[in-house]
Design a protein around this ligand. Structure first.
Ligand code: MTE
Length: 299
């Protein structure tokens, strides 16, 4: 079945936290006036998305284990309602927000993005979410803030991968403020027209499509506006392998493997390999963010 990028009538229910009121109204209006499809985002790729099955059964979410199948097997235990997010640091409106309050006035839209893991596999994913810039503007970023830091929830009782292993939890990631404010950077609350599956980072995660997937931190409970570059999980574990920037770059290999091409999940045994694109194909939109930087050093 070919996925049609649109919200279906079944999604337009008040119970669906991942659609806010404005999107509900827009969706209802679109349904009644112009048929079921919302306007496709100019930021979406027209490549065919991977199947829901691909996207929800081949995951990295180490809090639930290290195998690709572990998140689908174990993430069901994560309780995502109620959910709150701490906002702190150099921001006008700090506080502990319920998820509903945090995202209440953010316009949810569909973004079909290429998603490239540093392990050299990729997928096409139809996310639902809103631009992080809209949230940051609502929170009021103060003049001294230069970076945004994110943390994932830590619940050993619900996350069997937390005990043992080498990661110093919580999983942490961060962006420079101009990266965070870029219109391609979204906070995703769903995929394929459904609320975010737990294994993909329910109820809310970051998506930065021009960067390796490890930047796209899942199940966020803390957003901090800070002056200095934040400590991040994979950069701390192996700085020579995982840079802070982590921009997709086919000319800078991982020390242990080439980044020149990638295995497109679901592409079949022999047909699944595709060339990796600079900035994952989003160079026209984002290359200017890095003008003057040496991307072999700032990898
Ligand atoms: N976020 C948390 N909290 N824990 C993780 O292990 N893995 C990262 C990123 N976000 C990870 C995370 C990595 S390495 C990738 S490639 C993507 O999530 C995978 O996202 P997906 O499972 O939705 O494809």
């Amino acid at each position: 079945m070919t996925y049609q990028p649109q919200f279906s009538r079944a999604d337009v229910t008040p119970q669906n936290l991942f659609l806010n009121r404005r999107a509900l109204l827009a969706g209802a209006a679109a349904l009644s006036v112009a048929g079921p499809a919302l306007a496709a985002s100019p930021y979406s790729t027209d490549e065919a998305p991977n199947s829901f099955e691909d996207i929800t059964t081949y995951n990295n979410y180490y809090e639930f284990g290290y195998d690709k199948s572990d998140p689908a097997a174990y993430a069901g235990s994560l309780k995502t309602d109620p959910w709150s997010v701490v906002v702190d640091g150099l921001v006008d409106n700090p506080g502990t927000y319920s998820l509903a309050d945090l995202i209440a006035d953010q316009p949810i839209e569909e973004r079909i993005y290429r998603f490239r893991c540093v392990e050299a596999w990729s997928m096409i994913v139809p996310w639902q979410g809103f631009q992080l810039s809209g949230l940051l503007n609502k929170l009021g970023v103060q003049a001294g803030a230069k970076y945004v830091a994110f943390e994932t929830v830590v619940r050993p009782d619900e996350m069997p991968g937390i005990s043992g292993g080498m990661i110093d939890w919580p999983y942490r990631e961060g962006l420079r403020l101009d990266e965070a404010m870029h219109p391609l950077t979204i906070m995703a609350t769903g995929l394929y027209g459904k609320p975010m599956p737990n294994q993909n980072g329910a109820p809310i995660r970051l998506i930065v499509p021009w960067k390796y997937g490890f930047k796209s931190v899942k199940s966020i409970v803390r957003i901090s506006l800070i002056a200095e570059q934040p400590v991040t999980t994979w950069n701390t574990l192996a700085a020579n392998e995982y840079g802070f920037y982590a921009n997709v770059n086919p000319t800078v290999d991982h020390p242990r493997w080439s980044q020149a091409s990638e295995r497109r999940i679901g592409g079949g045994l022999f047909s699944g390999r595709v060339d990796t694109l600079m900035f994952n194909g989003y160079g026209d939109q984002v290359a200017s963010l890095y003008a003057g930087q040496d991307l072999t050093k700032d990898y």
